[in-house]
Design a protein around this ligand. Structure first.
Ligand code: IMP
Ligand code: MG
Length: 178
């Protein structure tokens, strides 16, 4: 290992495991109620949303299908590049389906805005957005988030699937780096 990977930046707990667990249960209850009688296609945005999505779908009481899409807008830094790249598209034909997009965090809104336009072109019956975290202070593109886990102060967060340079995804809580 190099010196760089061994150095531990200070990470302060922003949201504890228990807080996340309780909020995910509430979101799942609300989503299950709203999608009663339907079978939504849950679309997880890789890689950051995978831990959240795994916990969320296990608490839903409606049948689902699950698929993934992979985007990037961030380079190595803690600020968005503003450019969105599609690395992996849906496998499921989305026409006529009720799509629920599951995101880790909506920051500038660039990624989600691009993603919602992309998915709309596939002709789904409906699209809603669920984001674990909302950082509204950095928003550039106006976005309606149908289900928000937590609104956070303007900081850079890691853990619970969310990374900084591919690190800290395995933390069970959400911490702030800045
Ligand atoms: P946006 O396009 O600026 O809204 O950011 C979209 C993506 O950037 C999110 O889905 C995350 O993957 C990543 N991102 C935004 N803010 C943070 C953060 O605080 N920590 C880690 N990744 C972030
Ligand atoms: Mg993401």
């Amino acid at each position: 290992m190099t010196g760089e990977t061994l150095r531990q930046p200070e990470i302060r707990v922003l949201l504890s495991e228990q807080q996340i667990r309780d909020r995910v249960a509430q979101l799942a209850e609300q989503i299950s109620r709203d999608y009663a009688g339907k079978q939504p296609l849950i679309v997880g945005v890789l890689k950051g949303a995978w831990v959240f999505m795994a916990d969320l779908v296990r608490r839903l009481t409606v049948p689902t299908r699950c698929d993934f899409i992979k985007l990037s807008s961030y380079g190595e830094e803690t600020a968005t590049t503003g450019r969105v790249q599609l690395h992996l598209d849906l496998n499921t034909p989305a026409e006529g389906l009720d799509i629920l997009v599951v995101e880790d965090i909506v920051d500038t809104g660039t990624c989600v805005r691009w993603l919602l336009d992309h998915l709309r072109r596939k002709g789904p019956a409906s699209i809603r957005l669920c984001a674990l975290l909302d950082n509204p202070a950095r928003r550039i593109a106006p976005i309606t988030i149908d289900y928000v886990g937590f609104t956070i102060p303007d900081c850079f967060v890691v853990g619970y699937g969310i990374d900084w340079k591919e690190r800290f995804r395995e933390l069970p809580h959400i911490g702030r780096l800045t």
